[in-house]
Design a protein around this ligand. Structure first.
Ligand code: ADP
Ligand code: MG
Length: 346
């Protein structure tokens, strides 16, 4: 489970306002907190009669967890993994086929950074079943040899998929919450919701503006001390997704090992970044890129940002330097902790 969550300023603001009689989530909308996809999630819909929209979002998240979780024996992903190397193609929902293909496109765009067939290596580190330990070199080499996103075949019509080698397995941990956020946001809109905030384990998606018409304001944590903030981003109809080594980790012999792995080495990524925050209108893209660009490092992340126009970045390096791309409205708060902040331009 993710231990630390970006601050949810908008909710705390409305809760504090409630003390002086202003409208709260409870008065005008609906809110629910629950455990799914191995993390704590909160769905807030601030429209009147928001309860149906909240329940529609939750139903989507539950449905997708059932499909995507590889630790649920009856999930489609668990079946895909069980059938690895036996030559049979497994029928999948086209939305899942499209998700697998999307993940492959990220691997193609950012070579050596992102691979959903990382599952055997995640298992070797014990991250999957919470038995975390440094794997012995032979186990690591054996599992690393199974990592190859090109050996995942998805049919052209997205309706079937196959893993080519025995022992291969898919782990959608890097994209499942983004995909769920996309579908949950669609469900909220379909139920008539216009103002909502979803916090899927630190993956924040906002719909519309706050009920008073103001932007949502979402804090980004300081990865060196998660009680502190690097700053606050103003958002409308966007997702803010952060990946950092501080989210899920263990220590052995004085070394910290975290859960975002370099698919080239099988070791936790060590690119010089402590956290990567991606802001995008596309929740799935934000989730996938926060993981992939954390592995890629600052220069490659900025090069990739310059090659596209559908996301913005906040990068925090182990050198303490915070880099913010020019398309964001970001109130920096790190100077009091001595962090330099630079703006990246196209
Ligand atoms: P979190 O799930 O903590 O929010 P991320 O979105 O960055 O963090 O996803 C991390 C998860 O992605 C890991 O728990 C693992 O399941 C998977 N993963 C780890 N390294 C990679 C990688 N290089 N490429 C694709 N998936 C990865
Ligand atoms: Mg991710």
């Amino acid at each position: 489970m993710k231990r630390l969550f970006p601050l949810f300023l908008a909710l705390s603001l409305s809760l504090s306002l409630s003390a002086c009689g202003a409208p709260t989530v409870g008065d005008v909308g609906a809110s629910e907190q629950f455990f799914a996809m191995d993390t704590i999630m909160t769905v807030n819909v601030l429209d009147e009669n928001g309860e149906a929209a909240v329940q529609a979002a939750r139903a989507e998240i539950d449905r997708l967890e059932q499909m995507l979780s590889r630790t649920r024996e009856d999930s489609v992903i668990a079946l895909l993994n069980t059938h690895a190397g036996d030559g049979s193609a497994l029928a999948v929902e086209p939305e899942l086929g499209a998700l697998l293909r999307f993940a492959q496109s990220v691997s193609q765009d950012l070579p050596g950074c992102f691979d959903i067939t990382i599952a055997p290596v995640m298992d070797a580190w014990g991250f999957t079943r919470e038995e975390r330990h440094v794997p012995d070199p032979d186990t690591l080499a054996d599992t690393l040899a199974l990592v190859d996103w090109r050996a995942l075949t998805v049919a052209e019509d997205d309706a079937s998929a196959r893993l080519e080698e025995p022992g291969m397995a898919v782990d959608l941990g890097a994209v499942a919450k983004g995909f769920a956020a996309q579908r949950a946001a669609d469900a909220i809109r379909a139920a008539g919701g216009t103002s909502a905030l979803l916090d899927l384990g630190g993956n924040i998606t906002v719909l519309g503006s706050k009920p008073d018409g103001a932007d949502w304001r979402v804090a980004v944590k300081d990865p060196q001390d998660t009680e502190r903030q690097l700053g606050v981003v103003s958002l409308r109809d966007k997702t803010l997704s952060t990946s950092g080594g501080y989210e899920r980790y263990f220590e052995a012999n004085g070394i910290t090992y975290h859960h975002i792995l370099d698919p080239e080495t099988g070791y936790p990524a060590d690119s010089g970044l402590l956290s990567v925050t991606v802001v995008s209108s596309d929740p799935l893209l934000a989730d996938a890129l926060s993981t992939a660009l954390f592995v890629a490092g600052r220069q490659a992340a900025l090069d990739y940002w310059r090659s596209r126009d559908d996301f913005e970045l906040i990068l925090c390096g182990s050198d303490g330097v915070v880099t913010v791309t020019e398309g964001l409205t970001f109130a920096f708060r790190g100077e009091e902790h001595g962090y330099p902040c630079e703006t990246a331009r196209r």
